[in-house]
Design a binder for this molecule. Sequence first.
Ligand code: ADP
Ligand code: NI
Length: 207
Amino acid sequence: MAYAQMILGDERTGHDFAHATRVAQLAEAIIASDQLAVDQLVVMAAAYLHDTVDDKVVKNPESAQLELQERLRQWGYTYEQQQAILTIINNLSFAKEIECGKASLSLAGQIVQDADRLDALGAIGIARTLYFGGAHGDVLYDPQIPIKNYHSKAEYRQKTTTINHFEEKLFLIAESMNTTYAKAEAKRRKAFMVEFLEKFKQEWEND
Ligand code: ADP
Ligand code: NI
């Protein structure tokens, strides 16, 4: 997936090509473990390409989307596959869910969504979150700043503390998995994060 590598190559907030590759591998693990009958080409393309039209990665999401559709056509995906892939990519994100409620995703979409969300959890999830906060110049932690409930994408993109992001988003997505494999894996990954957060706050308070 040289195209994904090209678009995501300079990404330095945790949505790089390595993230896309992990999402593709997690999606494969979900399909194998849950024995799901699904168009693997659609799942893999959506997994690798899911961040290439996102407004946090590219300047102009509309033109990125048109370019991606043209590329998919050139790569030999049928029109139905192109539509399936683009629909998944456009409805996957937590930001979208806040704005529009939980989208009714295709099975392929549910798999890619779970894979993307698993990569936001566990040890990798902790690392990506700290990395994202640093890249955006966010405050690491401030016990005076309360946890927010998001009602719009604009609110979600507002500044928060990086540690608050665990409770504002990451623990919520851990409870929102679609597939059996992802539900079990999310539980393990969340438990590790809860432990990390407890220790972090203990050390912060010095008790
Ligand atoms: P979505 O793909 O649902 O739009 P994002 O791309 O915004 O979600 O988030 C992907 C990952 O980036 C998160 O799982 C997290 O690790 C990191 N991230 C996003 N927003 C923040 C934030 N405000 N603070 C720290 N990390 C963040
Ligand atoms: Ni992603």
